[in-house]
Design a protein around this ligand. Structure first.
Ligand code: ZN
Length: 398
């Protein structure tokens, strides 16, 4: 997490300077880069320099759709003020003063099949081209990310959760409040006073996206979205740059190794660091749970296993550990509920079959207990605890 303010753009002095401008010799923001490069006079050495191109066809790098659209608008703004060969060197903005001129421009533009992301509405409005056909622009993953950020900014938590991938599960299990309490308490999230889009990227399969924001000119925040049934949902939030998305599994592995070697002090340090970055990761919550199990703090272990399964309702191991703590605490109704929930997703999970059977023996539900134990031993013939429970069952039955 960055503590010091980032370097500001030396032109607008408000946004963060995210790229070095070869024309100016200092860092600037992408908005100011667009203002400069639209004249196509930037040095070729700059990766953002714009090559001479036709209207609505940009040859130059953009870090986000928002930047690309902004650049197209700036290109259009320039295009309408200059003599155009296609119109025998007439200037579009002057042509648009007569209906005949407008018609010529409309005919010219209507002949193209234009990508719906192109802000054709801008030309339509600037030149009052009433007859210009404009498709409605589709909502992109950036639009979704932006709405999500706005809800975070205004603390509209119900709307925030409605964007999350697990919202339906939370709704039906009344877990929304727990997620909200978690996210609303985050040091960065609760302090958002401004945010600017820096960049975004889509996976090759086009079903996952990362949208990177600068928050308060101080923090990095990346939103990971996934396309589910044709709608974009927020899968995770990272307090950091988008590169961190790819190193999450490595970070998880580091913690897992330290815990398996019993190096709990080092594990604690890493868990602290990573869970302040991967704030919605079920894995780090799970490893916190293990950490507190090893260090014999059952209350905290319970808390973290619960959060791991809230963040990922399909996380069997987290749910099992949570249920097991309930079981050991004598919260049998709760434990049973979660054991059954696990078996719905993983009907052969041996520890769950065994523990649930043990619980059912205590409740004198011998028939159901036997069924579970038989099923468990069939797939895991060497599972000693299950064999012992079956023996116990035979004894209490007779
Ligand atoms: Zn700027």
């Amino acid at each position: 997490m960055k503590i010091f303010k980032k370097k500001k753009c030396k032109i607008c002095k408000t946004k963060t300077g995210t790229r070095f401008c070869m024309r100016k010799g200092f860092d600037i923001c992408w908005e100011d880069c667009n203002i400069l490069r639209v004249d196509e006079q930037c040095p070729n050495e700059c990766e953002y320099h714009l090559q001479s191109s036709e209207i609505m066809q940009l040859k130059g790098k953009s870090d986000s759709q928002m930047e690309y659209i902004d650049l197209l608008k700036k290109q259009m703004a320039l295009w309408i003020t200059k003599p155009q060969k296609i119109f025998n060197d007439q200037i579009p903005i002057t042509m648009a003063e007569s209906s005949e001129g407008k018609k010529k421009i409309e005919e010219f533009l209507n002949q193209f099949k234009i990508n719906p992301i192109v802000p054709l509405n801008y030309l339509k409005e600037r030149l009052s081209l009433d007859e210009l056909k404009v498709d409605s622009t589709p909502k992109t993953y950036e639009d979704h990310a932006l709405e999500f950020m706005q809800h975070l900014y205004t603390n509209e938590w119900e709307k925030v959760t409605s964007f999350m991938i697990n919202n339906e599960y939370w709704q039906s299990n009344k877990l929304n409040d727990k997620f909200v309490a978690r996210i609303a308490a985050n040091k960065v999230i609760k302090k958002i006073s401004s945010f600017d889009l820096i960049s975004s990227a889509l996976t090759k399969e086009k079903d996952q996206a990362l949208v990177y924001y600068d928050v308060n000119n101080k923090y990095d925040l990346t939103i990971n979205l996934k396309l589910i049934n044709n709608s974009w949902k927020v899968r995770s939030i990272i307090i950091g740059k988008p590169e961190l998305f790819n190193s999450e599994s490595e970070a998880i592995q580091q913690v897992a190794i330290l815990l398996s070697k019993n190096e709990s002090t080092k594990a604690y340090e890493l868990l602290k660091k990573y869970s302040s970055i991967y704030i919605s990761s079920s894995d780090f919550e799970y490893y916190w749970g293990l950490y507190y199990t090893f260090t014999k703090n059952q209350k905290k272990a319970e808390y973290h296993f619960m959060h791991a399964m809230i963040l990922d309702p399909t996380f069997i191991e987290a749910k099992y550990n949570y249920a097991f703590i309930q079981h050991s605490n004598g919260e049998l109704k709760q434990a049973k509920e979660f054991y059954y929930e696990i078996l719905k997703d993983a009907p052969n999970e041996p520890k769950t079959l065994n523990n649930l059977a043990s619980l059912l023996i205590d409740e004198k539900n011998y028939k159901e207990a036997e069924k579970l134990l038989q099923g468990c031993i069939k797939n895991n013939p060497d599972f000693e605890l299950a064999k012992q429970n079956l023996e116990r069952l035979e004894k209490v039955k007779s």
